[in-house]
Write a protein that binds this ligand. Structure first.
Ligand SMILES: Cc1cc2nc3c(=O)[nH]c(=O)nc-3n(C[C@H](O)[C@H](O)[C@H](O)COP(=O)(O)O)c2cc1C
Length: 180
């Protein structure tokens, strides 16, 4: 049942010193590729970072969360303004920008990141969505152009911990029927 997989996923922040198999990584990327998106624009890119020096630089640029670099693989999910219009070429997309198309590319890429997290768990691996970053710090580290937006840094590896489930609101608190 899909719900069992969804309930099983946790944010994992401690990783074993064990590489992630190529086949598993490819299925994780395939899960991202298959995500739905508005107008099927697929406004995303995924940078796979395995080099240790680069992992350290990415971790430093992600609010100095240096534990990220302990994961053997880090996927950086990047939303792309050019998927919406060529007119956006060179536009600065950062935390200050409230343009509606910015929201749309971030929304779509977030769906793909969710697919990644669920497939990671399904492969017996662990990951964490890390959004504590600024465009200003992370873009230069990976040479990401201004008209892109980094949505998530996702360290992935074999879990060295079994985190307890974090609490969730009860359905009664979040679901309304027929009207607000
Ligand atoms: C958009 C987003 C940004 C997040 N950023 C970070 C982060 O920068 N660092 C971190 O350790 N966890 C981060 N998390 C993980 C959350 O803390 C975690 O998902 C939440 O506490 C629920 O726990 P669970 O994922 O184990 O269910 C982020 C999660 C999301 C969805």
């Amino acid at each position: 049942m899909m719900i069992n997989s969804i309930q099983h996923r946790r944010s994992v922040r401690n990783f074993l010193d064990q590489p992630v198999e190529e086949a598993k990584l490819n299925e994780i990327l395939e899960a991202a590729r298959m995500a739905p998106s508005g107008n099927n624009k697929q406004p995303w890119f995924f940078i796979v970072v395995r080099d240790e020096k680069m992992r350290n630089e990415v971790a430093a640029a992600t609010n100095n969360q240096m534990w990220i670099a302990r994961a053997p693989v880090v996927i950086v999910a990047v939303a792309d303004m050019l998927a919406r219009s060529e007119d956006y070429a060179g536009m600065v997309v950062d935390e200050e920008n409230s343009n509606f198309d910015v929201k749309r590319i971030i929304r779509d890429t977030s769906i793909a990141v969710t697919h990644i997290l669920l497939e990671v768990d399904h492969q017996g691996l662990g990951a964490c969505w890390c959004g504590g970053l600024t465009q200003k710090n992370i873009k230069p580290v990976l040479g990401i152009p201004q008209d892109k937006f980094v949505v998530a840094v996702i360290p992935i590896g074999y879990p060295a911990e079994e985190p307890k489930a974090k609490p969730r609101k009860a359905l009664e608190e979040i679901v309304r029927y027929e009207h607000w």
